[in-house]
Design a protein around this ligand. Structure first.
Ligand code: SF4
Length: 445
């Protein structure tokens, strides 16, 4: 039996390969292989297809793009709309090599990227006779009604959980119930990539906080971790089989908020491997749990480009969002990191734009506060996350294209949420942050 796993192209105003891998599909690949399936991956964002786009040292890099016509609902947005990834011709060619696939599993990791799914499904229908298609990922979990209306039919089944047991049932693999738990997942399967620029992985899945803007509680309600020994062996295996030196944690709660000794044990065991690798934390880490010991371990482990989730320094906003940390927690974490040996150039702070009751003055004050420490500022614009507490009132009938974080703050959700900022105001803010970061970069030299 042959299964074709597909990561679709992206339609968006901007996209960049910042450690973008279809991690769910890569876990699924090894699960299916362990059940005797032949597995093929078509990753439309695999940069091996574009060797002319040289990756950065950390493995990230540009994705090729072409401008496309904006969908009607985005016509008023004063930005170019693009398609990112391999060409449609290449998709047809790749699919035609696998006309004998028994099942096709497509993922979609963001609600407003469903146009890529539509393109893939249309291509599949043209090339593969009588396909059996499964659609999973964050899009159907958060926008199930939309995904069902658009794609569900006799040949396409929609999944809305992050465990694979339902899918495995459909494939008649009833005895593999253990894959209901993330803790039992095998390592992600990177054997599909000719050259591996970076490895993405998770020690944990889920998060015990419940921030008002976040969908993690819906995506993966339970907080689970792998067995430490098993995970450390996975890292060793992934390094030995790929020789890749960039390891990216997708964890949302990497530093265990209930028992930091677990994290100390994990990091100590990773350190014992003595591998020449670097670790990255794109989802941000909660500074509250960066103790002196954790900071030292992270330094010894070569955590690079450390991203701290500050969000805002406004106490009133923090109280509404979910009191994850105080300003003194953040300052203490920075002290611990500097003491351990980190340089300001290796650290950055996420500042969120669009939080409830947050004003533009709050944002500027937070920027001033962060730049005092000479660490980099990363502005994050909120996206609409259906079913998150803050967006509960947003109907599932709203087109997910309007969830896009590039447009939400100045476009709002017409008829439901007023725009929070003017377009020019946002541009000004971004320019200010770029200039501030540039000044910091100059002082690192
Ligand atoms: S934003 Fe981060 S800390 Fe908050 S609930 Fe989501 S994953 Fe957890």
């Amino acid at each position: 039996m042959k299964v074709l796993l597909i990561n679709p192209p992206i339609y968006d105003f901007s996209a960049y390969d910042v450690w973008l891998k279809p991690l769910g599909l890569l876990y699924l690949s090894n699960i299916l292989k362990s059940c005797g399936f032949e597995v093929v991956l078509i990753d439309c964002l695999d940069r091996n297809f574009f060797p002319h786009l040289i990756p950065k040292k950390d493995g990230t890099g540009k994705l090729p793009s072409v401008e496309v016509e904006k969908p009607e609902i985005l016509k008023n947005i004063p930005l170019k709309y693009k398609r990112y990834g391999i060409s449609q011709k290449d998709i047809y060619n790749l699919l035609s090599l696998h006309k004998d696939a028994n099942y096709i599993v497509i993922t979609c990791s963001t609600t407003y990227w469903y146009l890529g799914v539509r393109e893939i499904i249309n291509c599949v229908y043209e090339v593969i006779p009588k396909p059996k298609i499964f659609l999973g990922g964050i899009y159907p979990i958060l926008s199930f009604k939309h995904a069902s209306c658009l794609f569900s039919n006799k040949t396409t089944k929609i999944f809305y959980t992050t465990d694979f047991s339902e899918l495995l049932d459909f494939l008649n693999i009833q005895h593999k119930k253990q894959y209901k738990n993330f803790a039992k997942f095998p390592p992600p399967d990177f054997s599909h990539y000719k050259k591996v620029y970076y490895i993405t992985t998770r020690f944990s899945y889920g998060c015990r906080y419940n921030c008002v803007y976040c969908g993690q509680k819906i995506i993966h309600p339970k907080y689970e971790t792998k067995d430490i020994e098993q995970f450390v062996n996975e890292i060793k295996f992934l390094y030995e089989t790929t020789k890749c030196q960039n390891f990216v944690f997708y964890d949302d709660e990497l530093l265990n908020s209930k028992d930091i000794t677990t994290t100390v044990e994990l990091f100590s065991k990773l350190l014992n491997l003595s591998l020449p690798i670097k670790f990255y934390t794109p989802n941000g880490i909660n500074p509250k749990f960066i103790t002196k010991e954790i900071a030292q371990l992270m330094y010894q482990l070569n955590f690079t480009d450390l991203r701290l989730s500050l969000e805002t320094i406004s106490d009133k906003v923090h109280k509404i969002v979910d009191r994850k940390l105080t300003i003194s927690d953040f300052e203490q974490a920075l002290n611990n990191l500097f003491l351990a040996g980190f340089k300001p150039s290796q650290i950055s702070a996420y500042i969120l734009l669009g939080l409830p009751t947050e004003t533009i003055e709050d944002v500027y004050k937070t920027i001033e506060f962060v730049s005092k420490y000479k660490i980099r500022i990363r502005l994050c614009e909120l996206a609409v996350v259906p079913k998150a507490k803050m967006f509960k009132h947003i109907s599932e009938d709203i087109d997910p294209l309007l969830h896009n974080n590039t447009i939400f703050l100045f476009n709002g959700v017409p008829g439901v949420i007023e725009p929070l900022y003017k377009f020019d105001e946002l541009q000004q803010l971004k320019t200010y942050v770029n200039q501030t970061n540039k000044l910091l970069t100059n002082c690192y030299v």
